[in-house]
Design a binder for this molecule. Structure first.
Ligand SMILES: [Cu+2]
Length: 157
């Protein structure tokens, strides 16, 4: 009887980890791998910044991202750019789909995430957590690295 109770407790503990993937820092979920997330350190008073990362959907199904969130900013949007009449314009991309067996790269000069209303200054070598909220209600958490802003020039030229 005591053994059964212990088993039950163990099962409860296990189910806790499965039900709350947010507490699990692994950045793989249901065949979706997210990695290489980075941003640059911000200047004092800077309220907006861009984040870049890569998605690999190794599963057999298309996955859809509903939204992104992080503790360090009020709002996160995915943007893409369009050049018209030599002017680069950004626009929001919603319901981001990553097809089965395909990748999505967010990089300077293309798709990116924008963090609005930053709650703190981002410093070199820090990390923060970005949550990727999938349409199937699952949440994938990934670490974003803050890089020295001197590196930025290399990326943007
Ligand atoms: Cu943007």
């Amino acid at each position: 009887m005591i053994t059964n109770i212990n088993n039950f407790k163990y099962l409860l503990l296990l189910s806790f980890f499965f039900i709350f993937p947010k507490n699990n820092k692994a950045d793989v979920y249901d065949g979706l791998t997210v990695h290489g997330g980075y941003t640059f350190e911000t200047n004092k008073g800077q309220m907006v910044t861009a984040v870049y990362l890569s998605f690999f959907n190794n599963s057999e199904v298309d996955l859809e991202i509903k939204s992104f969130s992080t503790d360090i900013a009020e709002r996160v949007e995915m943007h893409d750019i369009k050049v018209s009449d030599d002017i680069v314009k950004m626009f929001e991309v919603t319901n981001v789909k990553i097809k089965a067996k395909s990748e999505l790269f967010l990089q300077p000069g293309g798709k990116h995430l924008m963090l609005f209303d930053l709650k703190k200054k981002l410093n070199d070598k820090e990390t923060f957590t970005l949550n990727i909220n999938l349409k199937n209600k699952k949440i994938l958490a990934t670490k974003i690295m803050v890089l020295n802003k001197k590196l930025k020039e290399n990326f943007l030229n």
